[in-house]
Structures are given as C-alpha cells and as structure tokens.
Write a protein that binds this ligand. Sequence first.
Ligand SMILES: [Zn+2]
Length: 180
Amino acid sequence: MASAFTHAFSALALGSVLQSGKLGKGLLLTGMASAAMPDLDVMAFWLDIPYEHPLGHRGFTHSILFAALWALGLGYLFWRKSSRELLTRWRIWLFLFLCTASHGVLDAMTTGGRGVGFFIPLNNDRYFLPWRFIRVSPIRASAFFSEYGLKVMANEIITVWVPCMIVMIIAWIFRQVRQA
Ligand SMILES: [Zn+2]
C-alpha cells in the first residue's frame, strides 16, 4: 500500500482534471475517501484470510470491478441530489471510479507486498506495473509514525505528490486559458 494520505491526494488531482469541485465539495471528499478505502481489506489479516485469497489484502477491493461497483453505489447517492443530466451523472461515476481504481494503480507501483488483483473475480493473479518506485507503506499505523514511516512519506511526496501538483497546476492553467 501507499499511505492513505497519498491515495487521497491523488484523488484531489483527479478532481482538478475532471473539475469535480464544480459538482460539490461532498463529492470531492467522497472521492478522496474512496481512493483510500480499498485498504480496509487489511482486516483480512485479522480474519485469517490469506494474502493470496481473492478477498485478501490487495484482492477484490483493489480490483477494477470493485471500483466500478463502488462508484455506482456511491454515485447513485449523488445522482439523487444532483442534476438528472446524463453527462453530469457520467462525470460523477467516472470521478468516483477513477479515484477508487487509482488506489490499485498506485499500489502496483510500490516496492513491496504482492501485486494487485486488478481482474478479480475473473482471475486471481496479482500484478505490478513495470515502474515500481513508490516505497511500500507499513500496514500498522504505529509503524507509520517511525523513521521508516517518515522515509515512506518523503518518497511518496516526491513520487506522487509532486506529479499530482504538476497535474493540478496544468489543469488550473488550462481552465484559466479556456475562461479567458
Ligand atoms: Zn492498497
């Protein structure tokens, strides 16, 4: 896993590209929470579910299907409040889907653990991307607030936060140019 802060921050970058802020702060915060949420599957360790099990860590909650369903379920709540316009509904779903799916993508670029079960339940293989430069974050919160935890955070700032900030700045410039 990358840290929950980093997953949430990547959702902010997605929000700036998709201009989800226009759809309300609630949606943006939900996207940030959705980006961190898949790691609730660490509960599998306490339930004695093995890592390699489809419901184990980096299993189903990190899959593309889960992200699609999660976005559909949460999106429905926002659809009821927001415009009935199809394009708006599509953008809400897409934002929540990308936020949730981004979690697995970042995990697949980490240096530790096993790969990500992107295609569960179709196949239980675990995958990494060819680029693995994000230092894996400790699972236990206590370990996160340690010297190693600080190194992880410093690495994530360089490998994820800075690129996300660049994306946000480009998206902002793009919006200014379009409005001008
Ligand atoms: Zn994860």
